[in-house]
Write a protein that binds this ligand. Structure first.
Ligand code: CMP
Length: 230
């Protein structure tokens, strides 16, 4: 990508981010001048939980995940951010240490904005703060949902619920069975996204396969569309 088309791509990306949707093209152009851009490799720690940094990040390309680690190093995934998503807003807003670690799930490119530049932006355009509140509320709702799952559902149902959410965000159906074809996740990732142990996930997967509601195919999980009464 040459310099010009690279800039156009970033302008378009920023325009599509909910918190910047009201900015004029001229304003977006000025915002981009305040960003620095970094590349990270799969597995890189972008920052750790409790770090005292306050930069704000936007994912330009790739995926990163916000995680909590326990003492044995097991992960609980709080959220996965893809192109156009932002993270690091919590320390930016309250000045406290990072609430979670953020790790690159694949080779990714990120735009980074210093806290002072971001606060400047908000002063010039307070609608950014209003839209950010709405994005934060959405994240809180998703966290409530995860908390409810971990507190009230067994591991099998947490897995079904997670895969159902992924299926709802768009996936094909198997022509023969009508089952959803959901991209396969490793047991380690399923455990990290459902707050379960890997052994717990393995056992739950065997039960679900036995009941015929979640089958494994090459590269896919086949998820029954009829899981409400399981
Ligand atoms: P910050 O605390 O600065 O650094 C860690 C980031 O992870 C945090 O900002 C958010 O961007 C993100 N994060 C932390 N907790 C959650 C959550 N429950 N849902 C979504 N994102 C989160």
């Amino acid at each position: 990508m040459d310099r010009n088309s690279g800039r156009q791509f970033i302008e378009q990306l920023i325009k599509n981010i909910s918190i910047f949707k009201n900015l004029s093209t001229a304003h977006i152009s000025r915002v981009i001048d305040s960003f620095s851009f970094i590349k990270v490799r799969e597995g890189d720690l972008i920052f750790n939980q409790s770090d005292k940094s306050t930069d704000f990040y936007i994912v330009v390309k790739g995926h990163v995940r916000a995680v909590l680690h326990n003492e044995e190093g097991h992960e609980l995934i709080l959220a996965i951010f893809g192109a156009g998503d932002f993270f690091g807003e919590m320390s930016l807003l309250d000045g406290n240490p990072r609430s979670a670690a953020v790790v690159a799930s694949e080779d990714s490119a990120l735009a980074v904005l210093k806290r002072a530049d971001f606060l400047d932006l908000i002063k010039k355009d307070p609608m950014i703060a209003v839209d950010m509140l709405s994005a934060l509320v959405q994240r809180l709702r998703m966290t409530d949902d995860m908390l409810g799952s971990i507190a009230f559902l067994d591991v099998s149902h947490r897995i079904l619920r997670l895969l159902q959410q992924i299926a709802k965000s768009g996936c094909e159906k198997d022509k023969k069975t009508g089952f959803y074809k959901v991209e396969k996740l490793k047991q380690k990732e399923l455990a990290a996204r459902t707050g379960a142990s890997r052994e717990g996930v393995a056992k739950a997967m065997r039960i679900l396969a036995f009941k015929g509601v979640l089958l494994e195919d090459e590269g896919f999980f086949l998820l029954s569309p009829d899981i409400e009464n399981i």
